[in-house]
Ligand binder design. Structure first.
Ligand SMILES: N[C@@H](CCC(=O)N[C@@H](CS)C(=O)NCC(=O)O)C(=O)O
Length: 218
């Protein structure tokens, strides 16, 4: 399947980072277009009319949205360096954990910095608990994908750059609470596809502070 590849994205988006890592793993050349979410481009509105969110992958005349769906599309179109396992059951398991990242990890992490009063502490507890569950799923493997980066790694690793902001607002340390996740994160960062897409945690903290003010979470 041919066609020009364009990624509509925002530099700080963990969802966009997923797609950037997947494209890098496959060696796909693409044009990166930075969106301004306060002033979305016509192309973004046209290519993701339902959610109007980044990331959107444009492949020739096709538009794919929702980061985990985009990563799966990328994995199916560019078959080198597979991210999902071949076995249907193993694929289902990988999809389950990627979905867990969205439903539990991202959800609790977001509550840490968007809520007031006792809620951030409660959210921090849920966040740590979800990371501990992921630690059990990782077991003794180097990556969730086994010896190589896989779908679950791509789903989770973009949030590592956000850990610092979560720690500042939640009052905990991922390294102290979840040493296996900390070691896994360091292994992931050694991969070029991951390090190239990584963002400075201090800059992410600034993004969080800006969003807190903008949406009145302070
Ligand atoms: N579930 C979506 C989430 C994407 C998302 O939340 N994108 C945010 C930026 S990080 C966005 O475009 N927000 C713009 C808006 O909500 O209007 C995915 O996995 O791609």
């Amino acid at each position: 399947m041919g066609g020009e590849v364009i990624l509509l994205d925002v530099w700080s988006s963990p969802f966009g980072v997923r797609v950037r890592i997947a494209l890098a793993e496959k060696g796909v050349k693409y044009e990166y277009r930075e969106e301004v979410l306060d002033n979305k481009s016509e192309l973004l509105l046209k290519s993701n009319p339902v959610h109007k969110k980044i990331p959107v992958l444009i492949h020739g005349d096709k538009c794919v949205s929702e980061s985990l769906i985009i990563v799966q599309y990328v994995d199916e179109v560019w078959k080198n360096s597979p991210l999902l396992p071949e076995d249907p059951y193993e694929r289902a398991v990988a999809r389950f954990w990627a979905d867990f990242v969205d439903k539990k990890v991202y959800e609790s992490a977001t509550r840490i910095w968007t809520r007031k009063g006792d809620a951030p502490a409660e959210a921090a507890k849920d966040f740590i608990e979800s990371l501990k569950i992921l630690e059990s799923s990782l077991g003794d493997k180097s990556f969730f994908g086994g010896e190589k980066l896989g779908f679950v790694d791509v789903a989770l690793v973009p949030f590592v750059d956000w850990f610092h902001a979560y720690e500042v607002h939640g009052g905990f340390s991922v390294a102290a609470e979840c040493p296996k996740i900390d070691a896994w994160a360091k292994r992931c960062k050694e991969k070029e596809s991951v390090s190239m897409a990584s963002q400075d945690p201090e800059k992410i903290l600034m993004v969080v502070e800006r969003l807190k003010k903008k949406f009145g979470y302070v």
